[in-house]
Design a protein around this ligand. Structure first.
Ligand SMILES: C[S@@+](CC[C@H](N)C(=O)[O-])C[C@H]1O[C@@H](n2cnc3c(N)ncnc32)[C@H](O)[C@@H]1O
Length: 243
């Protein structure tokens, strides 16, 4: 049964295969992840909500930006900063596929496990993907990207690292590039994370980092579709460098 009407057939993730690979890799690579990648792979393979809430809108925003991109610019350089698994890579591949855009993907994570998942996905779908292990709390550049996708990465970093991390990402943007920035809003987390409860402090952070907010929208899960748990709430923005 296809539980996700939005997932493209061509770039469908194999969540069962991902889970099997993570089960093999996590004991070797996931020493500092606190079980995150294994728990995520299990949840997505078995749970009722395998997709990011804003996936369809991310695809739409990427396609809109691509439609405006002047021709003759060569292959698009797209950086995923914090990959989790194959979700963001599949999302971006789906968006770029319909625009027939040649792309070179860089998938960055501090853990090798999601990078191995993305490498396998790239082989299967013939995508040009390089993987990069990097701790975004201490980013080491330079990189150069037309599109940088940041999906809840800041939740994993200490608050003091948020500004330098976003400044580093801005410095990696090519002149007409964009950051596709999505973040979950949730108040103080039960696991002790210092969370953002609303979009406003995030907006201030991004402006302080030298980024201009081009579009901003919020997505809240429909309570009728979830059984009793708090609805997920995300903010999704397109950002450009002010410089
Ligand atoms: C940013 S999220 C990506 C998942 C995304 N929210 C989604 O729905 O597809 C989680 C990823 O960030 C990675 N991560 C956490 N801290 C990091 C750091 N300091 N540097 C780079 N990657 C990090 C984790 O290893 C994990 O794979």
């Amino acid at each position: 049964m296809d539980r996700d009407p939005h997932r493209s057939r061509r770039f469908r993730e194999d969540l069962e295969a991902n889970l099997r690979l993570v089960e093999a890799l996590a004991p070797v690579h996931c020493r500092d992840c606190g079980g995150y990648h294994l728990e995520r792979a299990r949840r997505r393979a078995r749970g009722p909500t395998p997709e990011a809430l804003d996936r369809p809108e991310m695809v739409r925003l990427l396609r809109d930006w691509l439609a405006e991109r002047p021709p003759g610019q060569g292959a698009l350089a797209l950086l995923i900063a914090g990959s989790g698994d194959t979700n963001l890579l599949a999302t971006c591949a789906e968006a770029l596929d319909s625009a027939a855009t040649a792309a070179r993907y860089t998938v960055l994570d501090r853990c090798q496990t999601p990078l191995e998942l993305c490498a396998a996905f790239a082989r299967e779908h013939r995508l040009d993907v390089r993987t990069l292990r990097m701790d975004m709390a201490a980013p080491a550049g330079p990189l150069a990207a037309d599109v940088i996708v940041v999906h809840s990465l800041l939740r994993f970093l200490p608050r003091g690292a948020h500004l330098p991390t976003m400044q580093a990402l801005r410095s990696w943007l090519k002149p007409d590039g964009i950051v596709l920035f999505s973040h979950r809003l949730m108040g103080h987390g039960s696991d002790g994370r210092d969370e953002y409860g609303s979009a406003e402090p995030l907006r201030r952070l991004l402006v302080d980092a030298g980024l201009r907010i081009v579009t901003s929208q919020e997505h809240v899960e429909d309570p009728a579709l979830i059984q009793g748990r708090p609805p997920r709430h995300r903010v999704l923005m397109v950002l450009r460098s002010v410089r």
